[in-house]
Design a protein around this ligand. Structure first.
Ligand SMILES: [Zn+2]
Length: 133
């Protein structure tokens, strides 16, 4: 099973910054102080239009995580994969991505940081994952 979809205006800007500069961008809402990551065109709380961007992360806090035992087709993985939700510094929402390293070391509330892929091509996979710090 595969999916193909466009990143949208905000998503494209987020991915371009990630590819070109290795910088993650958030969308601050001046009205209610939310900072969305990835970028968003409107505030989900107060519906304000969001036009500003600001760098967030690369460090953050592990808000939650889980261990995935199967792939998207239901086949058992050779070893569990970590799916983590991290609130990057400067953001109020979480970014979900792969957690790296030993699952036994992962704890809610731990500090983590984005690890960028060695070669970036404008995809969410330009982030290799979150590594604990
Ligand atoms: Zn708002």
């Amino acid at each position: 099973m595969t999916s193909l979809y466009t990143a949208g205006l905000a998503g494209q800007k987020f991915l371009q910054s990630l590819k070109d500069k290795g910088v993650l961008l958030g969308s601050p809402c001046a009205a209610c102080r939310q900072v969305y990551v990835p970028l968003s065109l409107f505030c989900e709380r107060c519906f304000s239009e969001l036009n500003e961007t600001r760098p967030v992360g690369p460090g953050g806090e592990v808000v939650t995580f889980t261990l995935c035992q199967t792939d998207l087709e239901g086949r058992a993985l050779p070893r569990p994969q970590i799916a983590a939700a991290v609130r990057l510094d400067g953001a109020t929402t979480t970014l979900i991505h792969r957690g790296l390293g030993d699952p036994a070391q992962w704890k809610i509330g731990a500090r983590a940081r984005v690890k960028l892929a060695a070669r970036r091509k404008g995809s969410i996979l330009d982030i290799e994952g979150f590594e604990l710090v």
